[in-house]
Design a binder for this molecule. Structure first.
Ligand code: BEZ
Ligand code: FE
Length: 291
């Protein structure tokens, strides 16, 4: 076939995918072509706009490497990450709500003992974190892996300042005890802007959007027989809870980071200064038995 125009091109491209052996891939490619073509017709895309779209995507790829992921920022700021999360995590009663993974997760965080201080020398107000991990039906999960990571008091993650820090900080993995409990010390994270020095920052500025996220601690919790939970716990009262740049806030994930006076902390540690306390109990969704 020849002579493609704005009316017949879409079906022609879809037909080219007609022999795709994998039915799921065929469905995804067909839908993608229809939606992209309809978007172009809908906004009547100019040639200059098409060129600048190609330029933005090219520059979104350029800064991507192990510790910088501009495509995740683009996905998150367009609400794509939280939409994919919502579709894939319809949670039962008793299971903790999920939210976006984000670009600052590191697969092999240091393994720490319960009660350890994971701040790695970062400055900030001490934070005592504790909680339970249970299955959605209430059964405690002993030996669950609790992977945590958070920003420092200036709003930066360790992997954004590895040269200055000389290693990872503000992240670790723990195993829950026989009753499914965990606790550790770190510093209190603050609200922060997502990186703004790339095309995503340009998009936010051009559209009069702010780049900020409310203060939070990230958790990824895994246990045999349960779906891995990826979530954050947000500080109640933090700015940006109602306008998170990446749409990640859910009411059930917002709790007070309670200011505590100097003295004996819940784990028996003598604190010579004030600190904050974050307590949160997590519920994991049981995996569906294999068909
Ligand atoms: C984060 O909280 O680490 C994050 C999540 C999604 C996009 C950008 C940052
Ligand atoms: Fe974060």
């Amino acid at each position: 076939m020849r002579d493609f125009d704005e009316f017949n091109i879409t079906q022609a491209v879809v037909d080219r995918f007609g022999d795709t052996p994998d039915p799921r891939l065929k469905a995804v490619m067909t839908s993608l072509v229809w939606h992209v073509h309809d978007f172009i017709r809908d906004v009547d895309l100019s040639f200059d706009e098409w060129r600048s779209g190609v330029d933005v995507l090219t520059r979104t790829g350029h800064p991507c490497h192990d510790t910088r992921q501009e495509f995740i920022l683009l996905s998150a700021t367009l609400g794509v990450s939280i939409l994919v999360d919502a579709i894939n995590h319809r949670m039962p009663e008793g299971a903790t709500e999920t939210t976006v993974l984000g670009p600052f997760y590191v697969e092999e965080a240091p393994i720490s003992e319960l009660g350890a201080d994971i701040s790695g020398g970062l400055d900030g107000e001490p934070l005592f974190v504790s909680g339970w991990v249970r299955s959605a039906d209430g059964a405690p999960l002993a030996g669950a892996t609790v992977d945590v990571w958070h920003a420092d008091e200036d709003g930066h993650y360790d992997i954004q300042q590895l040269d200055a820090l000389g290693g990872l900080a503000g992240r670790a993995q723990f195993k829950t005890d026989a009753e499914g409990r965990f606790h550790f010390w770190s510093i209190t994270p603050t609200p922060y802007p997502i990186p703004e020095d790339g095309p995503v920052g340009e998009m936010l500025k051009a559209t009069a959007r702010h780049p900020n996220r409310p203060a939070h601690v990230h958790f990824m919790i895994a246990a045999p027989g349960q779906e891995t939970l990826i979530t954050h716990v947000f500080a109640d009262g933090s700015p940006w809870l109602d306008s998170d740049a990446v749409f990640g806030v859910k009411n059930s994930l917002v709790v007070p980071f309670v200011p505590c006076p100097a003295g004996e902390a819940p784990d028996g540690r003598r604190m010579g200064r004030t600190y904050n306390r974050l307590a949160y109990d997590f519920g994991l969704k049981p995996q569906r038995p294999a068909a």
